[in-house]
Design a protein around this ligand. Structure first.
Ligand SMILES: Nc1ncnc2c1ncn2[C@@H]1O[C@H](COP(=O)(O)OP(=O)(O)OP(=O)(O)O)[C@@H](O)[C@H]1O
Ligand SMILES: O=c1ccn([C@@H]2O[C@H](COP(=O)(O)O)[C@@H](O)[C@H]2O)c(=O)[nH]1
Ligand SMILES: [Mg+2]
Length: 217
């Protein structure tokens, strides 16, 4: 299942040691590279909600790229105001910033299984991640949901997010279609994509997600 991108600079840190089971890898060895699932879908498609369920049942660590960026804003880091303005406009933060945050979060975790939620947003993000980590995700989930439903969910979210307003949501949807769908298409061509119908109740959607992870055991 694990594929390393050859000729790219390795790796996750040498301090991380992630065993892969024999059935999954075909060999009984220890690899430093964790099992990574990218979780993609438009704004409000339910990525975060379903990640919570996967964490509870399958022991993954949930890394939301948006949450990592929002944490930079609230911590007043050097990139904080740039990130704030980018999120307000519904645009995409430079890859080097986001990839660094994700890599740091993975390396500082004891876990070897990660859900990376809301990343990569663009082909440029994807290529930067592959270059920096020397790796590709093992699988990719895509929550497919109609725009009308996504807008309704985002506008009802009530979590005080600065980008949960109609103008920004419209921009996020445009950015999703133009920049994120090509990433999804890329993984589909590679045979790594699990497209999940993102409509219905949270329980109904989870029943479509669960078999993907149950099959990995
Ligand atoms: N199946 C569902 N039916 C109705 N509401 C839902 C469903 N799944 C999630 N929600 C609600 O919709 C809102 C958006 O869900 P969530 O935060 O999981 O989406 P997301 O894909 O992570 O969005 P974003 O990309 O904006 O972070 C939340 O308020 C959540 O409680
Ligand atoms: O890889 C990423 C992820 C997110 N952003 C910015 O953050 C907001 C909110 O992201 P959510 O995943 O919806 O929480 C997104 O609209 C982008 O502005 C990013 O730039 N890169
Ligand atoms: Mg989310």
């Amino acid at each position: 299942m694990w594929r390393r991108v050859s000729s790219l600079s390795p790796l996750f840190s040498s301090s991380k040691s992630c065993p892969r089971n024999q059935a999954e890898s075909g060999v009984s060895d220890r690899r430093r590279i964790p099992f990574v699932t990218f979780v993609l879908g438009g704004p409000g498609s339910g990525k975060g909600t379903q990640c919570t369920r996967i964490v509870e049942n399958f022991g993954f660590t949930h890394l939301s790229a948006g949450d990592l960026l929002r944490h930079e804003i609230s911590s007043n880091t050097e990139n904080g105001s740039m990130i704030l303005n980018t999120i307000k406009e519904g645009k995409i933060v430079p890859s080097e910033v986001t990839v660094k945050l994700i890599q740091k979060a993975i390396e500082s975790s004891e876990n070897c299984r990660f859900l990376i939620d809301g990343f990569p947003r663009t082909e440029e993000n994807r290529i930067a991640y592959e270059r920096v980590t020397g790796s590709e995700p093992d699988i990719v989930l895509f929550f497919d949901c109609p725009e009308e439903e996504m807008v309704k969910r985002v506008l009802n979210r009530n979590q005080g997010r600065i980008d949960d307003n109609l103008d920004t949501v419209k921009e996020r949807l445009k950015v999703f279609t133009k920049l994120n769908l090509p990433v999804i298409e890329h993984y589909s061509k590679k045979g790594k994509l699990y497209k999940i119908d993102g409509t219905g109740s949270e329980d109904e959607i989870y029943e479509r997600v669960r078999p993907v992870f149950a099959a990995l055991r």
